[in-house]
Design a protein around this ligand. Structure first.
Ligand SMILES: [Mg+2]
Length: 266
């Protein structure tokens, strides 16, 4: 794993040579710092303006892919003319794309019911946030006192076990969050591929250079789907040898700098 700015010559040369660039990014921890309450992860106006300016360039497409629901992601980012993939890509919306996984849609009642059960079972633990995202759900425990965090895991496991054991749901974990998703073979890597395909067919392109930025375990599926020269995977955070990304940037601040550099590039 190498710092992206150390490889800037190669990266910028690839970018200049590409006929079109697709810039895809995770939201939390990548475009905004990680915060205790999901609603507090506000996108800075500078980052919003830069993403918006990139999206307006004819040879750029921009998208944000998140575990959040699409509606909330769109509300938080508030940028026109970009792709949004919510629930890790189970729902995707963009300039020429409007997709929701039919299988995931069928599981909504079960997710809602499970969110209710989890909220009730965890109600005595201060700081837990159970988030029903319609197609999936999250249990955030960043605000829970350290000595109670194990209890969150135990209760979570107890409540979800019957459905998980029956193969009706899939469990993933992230930074201080447990997630429940429908058991569909779909992830951020597949979401990246489908947005890429969409842009290639829309713009009648043979190839697009895809850049993906992310900071968490669910981003690994996107990282491992990308290979140079047409795919650049960038982990955001301190150098992490367990990540599949080929490059890294240290922080959200460096991501902001990358956006500035991309704006100057073309
Ligand atoms: Mg993230």
């Amino acid at each position: 794993m190498e710092h992206l700015f150390k490889s800037w010559q190669t990266f910028s040369a690839d970018c200049r040579a590409a006929s079109h660039i697709l810039l895809l990014s995770d939201y939390d921890g990548t475009l905004t710092p990680i915060v205790g309450r999901p609603r507090d992860a506000v996108l800075s106006q500078e980052v919003r303006d830069k993403l918006s300016a990139l999206a307006k360039k004819s040879d750029f497409s921009v998208g944000i892919i998140s575990g959040r629901s699409l509606a909330e992601l769109r509300y938080m980012a508030a940028i026109e003319g970009i792709y949004y993939a919510g629930n890790h890509g189970l729902e995707i919306e963009g300039p020429a794309l409007d997709y929701i996984s039919p299988d995931a849609e069928l599981g909504q009642a079960m997710i809602k019911d499970l969110a209710g059960q989890l909220a009730a079972a965890l109600e005595n633990i201060t700081g837990v946030i159970v988030e029903d995202k319609a197609l999936s759900l999250s249990v955030h425990y960043r605000l829970v006192r350290e000595e109670e965090q194990d209890a969150v895991a135990v209760i979570f496991k107890r409540v979800i076990s019957p459905l998980a054991d029956a193969g009706k749901i899939k469990i993933t974990t992230g930074k201080m969050v447990f997630e429940v998703r429908p058991p569909i073979d779909w992830d951020k890597g597949k979401a990246v591929a489908s947005i890429r395909r969409e842009i290639m067919s829309l713009l009648k392109l043979e190839e697009v250079l895809t850049v993906y930025l992310g900071d968490d375990t669910t981003d690994e599926d996107a990282f491992k789907a990308l290979h140079r020269p047409e795919g650049w995977s960038i982990y955001v955070g301190e150098e992490n040898s367990s990540s599949r990304a080929e490059f890294f940037l240290n922080s959200v601040t460096e991501v902001d700098e990358l956006l500035s550099r991309l704006l100057e590039l073309r």
